[in-house]
Design a protein around this ligand. Structure first.
Ligand code: ARG
Length: 587
C-alpha cells in the first residue's frame, strides 16, 4: 500500500507538471507532515521554492498547483496558507478504507522495497579480550535495531560482528591459560574454565603483580603472531570462552541470535594483499619505516597531511589495515551495496580515514554506501561517563540485572497496591521484559548521535517516553479483549470502520504513518524517530481510550472501535519488535 505521504507527493508532482510543464517533473514536491496539525495533516512547501525559476509570486504558484491537483478521492479541498504553503487534510472516509486494507495484513500495509540492497550491519563487534561492560551496550542495541528495520523493509541484511579477537590484549589471557589451566591445551575434552569474569580478573591480577608473567604475556603475543600452533590453540580456547559468555548476555538482551562472527583475525590472510594493492595503486608512502597512506583533508597541528599507518615498521598490521581488508572483502566477496557501522563517535576519524582510503583504492565506488552510524556515550546521572562507585566501567551483566531487579520491585509494589496475586513465573517474566526493554528503549529513544544520561528511575517510569508506557498501552488493548471475551483475529474484515470522534481520526491517521516513519529511519538511521512515533501512538490511543467507549458502544461502532484498538496494538507490537522489544499480554 502506498503511504499517504507518497500519494501526496505523486499528486503534487503531477499538478506541477500540469500547471507549469514537463521541466518541473523532477522537482521535489516538498511534501511533509504538517508543522501544525491545526492546518491539516500534510503540507507542500514547493510553491516557496519556485518563484525564482518561474518568476511568479509563490502564492500564485500555489494557486495554480491547487487548481491542477487531483486529490479529491482522498483529501478535503486543499487550502493555501501564508506566503504559499499548501495544506492537505485526509478524508476520514479514506482513512477508514486504508485501515480496512491493512487489517488483514501482517505487514500492516507496508510493502517491501522494490529494489532490495545487500547491506552489512557491522555489530556488535566487541573486543573480546575484555570483560563486557557498559561500552558494549549501544552497539548491540542500535545495531540490532537497525538490522531489524532494514530487514523488515525488505533488504538483504548480513549481521557481521567484527570481533576484536586478535593482538596484544590476548597475550595476558593466553599466558594465564598456560599458567592456570595448562591441561586445557592437552586434554581432548573441553575444560571448564569457570566464569569468564573471574578468568579475566585473575589474569589481570597476575599481569599487574609479576614481571615474569608480563614477559610471558609479551612472548605469547609474538608466538600468536608467528602462528605457533600451541599458542593458536590457547588463543582459540580463550576466544571461545569469551564468545560464549558474550552470547549469554546477548541472549538475555534479546539480540537477534544469528550474527556471523567474523573477527579481525579472519582478515589476517588478506592483509599482505591489501598492502600490495595499495602499493601498486601508488598510494603507499614509507615514513620512518612504516607504510602509510597520506590522507586528504586530515592535517596535524602544523598543517601537514596526516598519515594513516597501514603497516608498522616492525611489519605488524593494525586496526586500520584490518578494516581496509574488511572493506575490500565486503565489496568483492560479499558484494554489498551498503555497510553500516554502529560504532561510538570516538571512532569518527578512524572511519572517515578508512573510507577515504577505500575510495581512493577503488574498492568503495559510487554504487556503495559506507556509513559510520556513530553514537554518543552512556553517562551517569552526574553527567560523567558511567562508572561504578569504585571507578570501573559498569559490567553489562550487572547493569541489566539491576534493571530487571528494579522492574521487579516496581511490579511487586504495584501488585500489592492493586491487591493482585500473581504467580512467580508471571513476576519473573514481566520483570525481565520490562527491565530489558526499559534499557533498550532508553537508549534508542535518544538521538543516537548524542550522549545520554542513564537513569533507571526515568527509564522504568510508567509515564513519559519509556518502554513501560508503551508496553502498558499494548496491555490495555489486550485487557479489552480479555474483558469483552474478544478474539481480535476473528473480527470481521468486512466491518465498515467509522471515524467520527476527533480522537478516532487522530489515532487512525497515526496508525497509517508507520511506513513513512520506517522510510525515514532507513534514510537517516535514527531509531529515535520510530520510538517517537510509537510514543505518540500510545498517547493517541490513550486519548481515544479515555474519550470513546469501546465495549459499551453500540454496533457497528463497537466493532469499528475494537478494530482500531487491535490495529493500535499490532502497530505497537510490530514497531517494538523492530526495536528488539517484545510485548507482554499483562503487566
Ligand atoms: N572492536 C571495535 C571496538 O570495540 C569496534 C569494531 C567496529 N567495527 C569495525 N569494522 N571497525 O572498538
Amino acid at each position: 500500500m502506498q503511504s499517504l505521504l507518497k500519494q501526496l507527493k505523486n499528486s503534487v508532482s503531477e499538478a506541477l507538471v500540469a500547471a507549469f510543464g514537463a521541466e518541473l517533473a523532477d522537482s521535489d514536491p516538498l511534501v511533509v507532515t504538517a508543522s501544525n496539525p491545526k492546518f491539516g495533516d500534510y503540507q507542500s512547501n514547493v510553491a516557496l521554492s519556485l518563484p525564482k525559476k518561474l518568476k511568479i509570486a509563490p502564492r500564485n504558484i500555489a494557486e495554480r498547483i491547487v487548481e491542477n491537483l487531483k486529490v479529491d478521492n482522498f483529501c478535503e479541498t486543499p487550502t493555501i496558507a501564508g506566503p504559499g504553503f499548501i495544506n492537505f487534510t485526509i478524508k476520514p472516509t479514506y482513512l477508514a478504507t486504508q485501515l480496512s486494507k491493512i487489517q488483514a495484513d501482517d505487514r500492516l500495509g507496508i510493502e517491501p522495497v522494490r529494489s532490495p540492497q545487500r547491506i552489512i550491519v557491522d555489530y556488535p563487534s566487541p573486543n573480546i579480550a575484555k570483560e563486557m561492560h557498559v561500552g558494549h551496550l549501544r552497539p548491540a542495541i542500535i545495531g540490532d535495531c537497525l538490522a531489524r528495520i532494514l530487514e523488515f523493509i525488505g533488504h538483504d541484511v548480513l549481521r557481521i560482528s567484527h570481533v576484536g579477537d586478535w593482538g596484544t590484549p590476548f597475550g595476558m589471557l593466553i599466558a594465564y591459560l598456560r599458567e592456570a589451566y595448562s591441561e586445557a591445551l592437552t586434554s581432548k575434552e573441553k575444560l571448564d574454565l569457570g566464569e569468564l569474569s573471574t578468568f579475566y580478573r585473575q589474569a589481570k591480577k597476575r599481569f599487574d603483580e609479576d614481571e615474569n608473567f608480563r614477559e610471558a604475556a609479551r612472548l605469547s603475543v609474538v608466538q600468536l603472531q608467528a602462528g605457533d600452533e600451541e599458542t593458536i590453540l590457547a588463543w582459540k580456547i580463550v576466544c571461545d570462552l569469551s564468545s560464549r559468555s558474550y552470547q549469554k548476555i546477548y541472549d538475555l538482551m534479546g539480540i537477534y541470535p544469528e550474527i556471523t562472527p567474523r573477527g579481525e583475525s579472519f582478515y589476517n590472510p588478506f592483509l599482505p594483499e591489501v598492502i600490495t594493492e595499495l602499493e601498486e595503486l601508488g598510494l603507499l608512502v614509507e615514513s620512518d619505516g612504516a607504510k602509510c597512506v597520506f590522507l586528504e583533508g586530515f592535517t596535524n597541528r602544523e598543517g601537514e597531511p596526516l598519515p594513516l599507518i597501514v603497516q608498522k615498521s616492525d611489519g605488524g598490521y593494525n586496526y586500520a589495515t584490518t578494516d581496509l581488508a574488511a572493506i575490500r572483502y565486503r565489496v568483492k566477496v560479499d558484494k554489498v551495496q551498503q555497510v553500516i557501522y554502529p560504532v561510538g563517535s570516538e571512532q569518527k576519524s578512524h572511519f572517515a580515514q578508512i573510507f577515504q582510503v577505500g575510495k581512493r583504492a577503488g574498492w568503495i565506488t559510487e554504487n556503495h554506501q559506507f556509513i559510520h552510524a556513530y553514537f554518543g556515550l552512556v553517562l551517569g546521572e552526574d553527567g560523567a561517563k558511567l562508572k561504578t562507585r569504585s571507578g570501573e566501567a559498569v559490567r553489562l551483566k550487572d547493569l541489566l540485572d539491576e534493571a530487571i531487579n528494579l522492574a521487579r520491585k516496581d511490579l511487586e509494589t504495584r501488585l500489592k497496591e492493586e491487591g493482585r496475586e500473581e504467580t512467580a513465573e508471571f513476576v519473573d517474566r514481566v520483570s525481565q521484559v520490562v527491565g530489558i526493554s526499559a534499557v533498550k528503549y532508553a537508549d534508542l529513544s535518544q538521538n543516537r548521535t548524542s550522549d545520554y544520561k542513564f537513569s533507571y528511575q526515568k527509564m522504568l517510569a510508567l509515564q513519559g517516553n519509556t518502554a513501560p508506557y508503551l508496553l502498558y498501552a499494548y496491555v490495555r488493548v489486550q485487557g479489552i479483549s480479555r474483558k469483552g471475551n474478544i478474539d481480535f483475529t476473528k473480527l470481521s474484515t468486512d466491518t465498515k470502520i467509522l471515524l467520527e470522534e476527533e480522537t478516532e481520526i487522530i489515532l487512525a491517521k497515526h496508525i497509517l504513518q508507520l511506513g513513512e516513519v520506517l522510510q525515514e529511519v532507513e534514510k537517516d538511521l535514527l531509531p529515535n524517530r520510530l520510538c517517537q512515533y510509537l510514543f505518540e501512538l500510545s498517547q493517541k490511543f490513550n486519548q481515544f481510550y479515555d474519550r470513546c467507549p469501546i465495549l459499551q458502544a453500540d454496533e457497528p461502532l463497537r466493532t469499528s472501535r475494537l478494530i482500531l484498538a487491535d490495529l493500535t496494538a499490532r502497530t505497537l507490537e510490530l514497531g517494538l519488535s523492530l526495536l528488539g522489544i517484545s510485548v507482554i499480554e499483562r503487566m
